[in-house]
Design a protein around this ligand. Structure first.
Ligand code: ZN
Length: 312
């Protein structure tokens, strides 16, 4: 069932969204196939393939943290009305199963990371020799542009299947966008070469740059939250002190805060370790419209520029 809002209803909804300033970002347009993307980065990839041929709704908006997101009834409505849902998977959207169930959504769920080689998350605790032990997989695949290229291919194929009349449009949109992403990937590879090998070290709020690090030869020296999720609690004084020592020992030129996490602890870390805190990076969400992280392409260019300038 597709509902249409009158102009006044739309304005009221827009006003309410602005007033609440929350993490939901549901721009309604009368459309054909209804598509939900769970978070802003994925929403941008989907939008680039969908163009005007599908109505795309993103659940977790810019600068908002998908790890800790709390869905509202409006998000349930979006799912209930959707034909297809694109999700990251790998436990990134821990709230989605429950929301999908409670909304009685019949939407087809597509995990866009399926088929990618996943990496295990950071491990900061002691191991006994031979101890068997599982790590949570790292969901932050998008920081390697090659993975975003894979995600876009999945989106293209699934949209074409779900909406055959627009299949050719989705394919053409995807081809144009993939060319941009390939150019972006080549730009990143070239750009990081100006960082000397001994300076390719990252210290961030949480363990989000693993795929970037692996691809481009960076080392993750440490993270404030020793986890691939921001749901982890703040470090104990002892853990914090150890991180200060690691940062000093690694002689990193700078450390990095993130747009989805409070920078206070990173500021303290910078002070105590005597290291510069660089401009925040866009990590698990895009920035707001008009910002330097407003799209996936912009976000990657911004992050890499900040990292390279701070470490070279
Ligand atoms: Zn994260």
């Amino acid at each position: 069932m597709r509902r249409r809002f009158g102009r006044i209803g739309l304005l009221a909804l827009a006003a309410l969204t602005i007033f609440l300033g929350g993490c939901s970002n549901n721009a309604r347009r009368p459309g054909r196939v209804r598509v939900v993307a769970t978070y802003s980065i994925l929403g941008d990839l989907v939008q680039n393939v969908a163009g005007d041929s599908a109505e795309v709704t993103t659940l977790v908006g810019p600068d908002c943290d998908a790890h800790t997101f709390e869905p509202t009834p409006k998000d349930g409505v979006s799912l209930a009305e959707a034909d297809i849902v694109f999700e990251n998977g790998v436990n990134f959207e821990g709230w989605l199963d429950k929301l999908h169930k409670s909304s009685k959504s019949k939407a087809k769920r597509i995990v866009v990371t399926e088929g990618l080689q996943l990496r295990g998350g950071e491990c900061n605790h002691a191991h006994k020799p031979g101890e068997k032990h599982e790590h949570e997989d790292d969901p932050h695949v998008w920081h390697d542009v090659k993975n975003a290229i894979h995600m876009v291919s999945v989106i293209r194929d699934q949209l074409a299947e779900a909406d055959p009349p627009s299949a050719e449009t989705y394919k053409a949109n995807a081809t144009a966008y993939l060319a941009k992403l390939k150019a972006l990937d080549a730009w990143v590879v070239e750009k990081v070469t100006s960082v000397p090998k001994q300076n390719r070290k990252l210290v961030t709020s949480h363990d989000t740059f693993g795929y970037f690090a692996e691809r481009h030869g960076f080392e993750i020296v440490g993270t404030m939250l020793t986890s691939v999720s921001t749901e982890a609690s703040d470090p104990s004084p002892a853990t914090f002190a150890r991180l200060v020592e690691s940062v000093k020992a690694a002689k990193v030129p700078a450390i990095f805060a993130e747009n989805v996490h409070n920078p206070k602890l990173m500021e303290r870390l910078g002070k105590e370790a005597g290291v510069r805190l660089a401009q925040p990076l866009f990590t698990d969400a895009l920035g707001k419209p008009g910002s330097e992280g407003a799209t996936y392409e912009k976000m990657v260019r911004h992050n890499v520029t900040i990292i390279v300038e701070a470490l070279k």
